[in-house]
Ligand binder design. Structure first.
Ligand code: TMP
Ligand code: MG
Length: 287
């Protein structure tokens, strides 16, 4: 595939990737399932030079008192550098991530966030689906290909971002931190155990029927921007082919070798879905 020859696209083992892609193309859409992370994978890292909001940042950017924003930004400044530090192992980072999510969610519970505020918070936010994401969603939907969005962000924000900037289709299944609202629509906590960037291997989706129900879909495309995202499809056991695509958005020079050693394809500092759309359209072309 021509698109894999671009200078910002790195392929670890070309022969392996070509073999996997040839199988996916030959098997076509009926055998395919897709698993994607949300923040900085389906959404952009930057847009017109500005860093874009993650799900949590959407809540920080508007609607709640200034002191909430200040406290949340302090947490982000402390922990984001740890999340993306190429010199720390996942085991070393994990306790800090648990701390970050716990503190962020406890902080949020001190403020009156209501369900009704979410629409405008998302509309006024800097969260942006990648260019080409609408086409990506549309083609998976029109070919009945299941898409699992597995995110350490906030599920309610994800639904709102997709509904506002594209279409929330019934082939999409979102596993994330969903807000627990009381009967008045005010946040009282989160519905299940914390999903952070490095525990996507131990989440309930892996004990659910999700992957077993898709066991006839033996080819899986996985997309993420964090090394923790590689664990998202651990529950899929009957796979014949798996292709992993990593978006490397920041600290490219120091992290590239590590990303190439983990992901089949690494796409650097690219705010579009072009490479993925190209791969998907090749698989769909076999219909
Ligand atoms: P993801 O799994 O959809 O990529 O979402 C996780 C991202 O959320 C991760 O990159 C860190 C980010 N994050 C914030 O920006 N602010 C926060 O308060 C928390 C807890 C996470
Ligand atoms: Mg992410």
């Amino acid at each position: 595939m021509e698109c894999l020859n671009k200078p910002h696209v790195h392929v670890r083992d070309r022969e392996h990737v070509e073999r996997i892609l040839a199988k996916m193309v030959a098997d076509g859409p009926n055998k395919l399932q897709v698993v994607a992370d949300f923040d900085r994978t389906l959404t952009k890292f930057t847009h017109r030079g500005q860093v874009c909001a993650t799900c949590h940042n959407v809540l920080e950017e508007g609607g709640l008192p200034e002191e909430y924003k200040e406290e949340a930004y302090k947490l982000r400044d402390k922990y984001f550098v740890i999340e993306v530090d190429p010199n720390m192992t996942i085991e070393e980072k994990t306790p800090y991530m648990v701390e970050w999510w716990t503190k962020a969610h406890e902080l949020l519970m001190k403020y009156p966030l209501s369900k009704a505020m979410l629409h405008n918070m998302v509309a006024n936010s800097s969260a942006r689906l990648r260019d080409g994401c609408i086409r990506f969603f549309d083609s998976l939907h029109s070919n009945d290909i299941p898409l699992l969005i597995f995110s350490a962000g906030v599920g309610d924000v994800i639904q709102e971002v997709i509904a506002q900037q594209s279409t929330l289709y019934d082939n999409m299944h979102i596993v994330s931190n969903f807000i627990d609202f009381d009967e008045n629509g005010t946040l009282i906590g989160f519905k299940s155990d914390i999903i952070h960037v490095y525990n996507k291997n131990e989440n309930a989706v892996h004990d659910s029927d999700y992957f077993p129900n898709l066991s006839h879909r033996t080819n899986l495309l996985l997309m993420g921007d964090s090394l923790g995202d590689l664990q998202m499809a651990n529950g899929a056991e009957s796979l014949e082919a798996k292709l992993t695509i990593g978006f490397l958005n920041t600290r490219v020079t120091e992290s590239l070798a590590l990303y190439i050693s983990k992901y089949d394809i690494v796409i650097c500092e690219d705010e579009t879905m072009d490479i993925v759309n190209n791969i998907v359209s090749n698989i769909l072309a076999s219909v």
